[in-house]
Design a protein around this ligand. Structure first.
Ligand code: SF4
Ligand code: SF4
Length: 313
């Protein structure tokens, strides 16, 4: 098996500081009410109020969506000092995305983790990772209770170990969606479970409901060096996030809806990752599902993940 250096572990998150976006908005609302009864509204109060009463993403007219994307592009372009594009590419008809991961190939190098960080504009400080690679004993087999996410060998694979990367499973029956009190997260027609970061109130119900530990909460203000920002972003995907909201893997929505593979598939040095359209009988993902012994995590929960594990060799 091919041996490679391991990439480093995530650093611990620093304590949170300041107010969350929603806290600020609520305070802005109170300030606005007070100001309205006294001296009138400032532009900042008006902006906070407009953000607070904005429409749900799914209720926006094409014109309203265009305006919202344009104002985001302006804001991010100013913030990062380079032109940032924010798109809202719709799902393609006749497509249901699925993922397969060959456990016999994965060597635990974490290149997928860091490829994902760069592509999806995850915070560098504090570090946020949408993918966690678990190390387990070959002798014991898959045992999530005893898995080690913090292995730190000079090279991988370590003798006697195997590796299982885990991220959002894009469940067909997603418990995270059911518990969101404001419908800030939902499943799209192509199967991708998305989050509207501007609608999320940071209650973290979805984190508690997800049986796969796939969601991350921004306790601190995410930080990305300006020159490292990926400027090709999607509203429901890799656009920059704010403190106080939840995020997770989006199957690289900004890539796969344009016919590209997710970044993790592209950067994996051993070809452990496969991705495609579950509705296409000619696709590689369908071949794997129909010809390999695939299994899903926590099948008994009826979450129906669209992320399959198998042994290809
Ligand atoms: S899936 Fe590929 S890139 Fe990720 S840890 Fe395994 S071998 Fe490395
Ligand atoms: S893995 Fe977790 S976050 Fe992803 S769809 Fe399933 S329940 Fe939701």
């Amino acid at each position: 098996m091919r041996e490679l250096p391991t990439l480093p572990l995530p650093a611990p998150a620093p304590p949170a500081e300041g107010y969350s976006r929603r806290e600020a908005l609520v305070m802005g609302l109170f300030a606005l009410a007070a100001a309205a009864t006294a001296t009138g509204c400032s532009a900042a109060d008006k902006l906070a109020y407009e953000e607070f009463v904005q429409k749900h993403f799914k209720d926006l007219s094409p014109e309203e969506l265009k305006d919202r994307l344009a104002s985001m592009e302006k804001r991010y372009t100013e913030q990062f000092g380079k032109e940032v594009k924010v798109s809202a590419t719709p799902p393609m008809p006749g497509v249901l995305f699925g993922y397969a991961l060959d456990l016999s190939r994965c060597i635990g190098c974490r290149r997928c983790v860091y490829g994902c960080v760069e592509e999806n504009n995850q915070s560098r400080d504090p570090q946020t990772h949408w993918i966690t690679v678990l190390e387990m004993d070959k002798e014991e087999g898959v045992n999530l209770q005893n898995a080690n996410a913090f292995y730190d060998h000079e090279t991988v694979p370590a003798p006697g170990k195997f590796y299982m990367p885990v991220a959002c499973q894009h469940c067909e029956n997603p418990p995270c969606v059911k518990v969101c009190p404001v419908q800030a997260t939902w499943k799209e027609p192509d199967g991708i479970v998305v989050i509207d970061y501007d609608w999320c109130i940071g209650c973290r119900n979805c984190i508690a409901a997800c049986p796969y530990g796939a969601r991350r909460f921004n306790w601190g203000k995410p930080s990305i060096p300006k020159d490292e920002l990926n400027p090709n972003t999607e509203y429901l995907g890799n656009r920059p996030r704010q403190r106080g909201v939840v995020e997770k893997c989006s199957f690289c929505l900004q890539r796969v809806r344009k016919g590209l593979y997710p970044k993790c598939v592209e950067v994996c040095p051993v070809g452990a990752r496969k991705f495609g359209n579950l509705l296409d009988p000619e696709s590689e993902i369908r071949y794997i599902i129909e010809n390999k012994r695939v299994y899903i995590l926590k099948e008994e929960l009826n979450t129906q993940p669209k992320f399959f594990y198998y042994y290809g060799l």
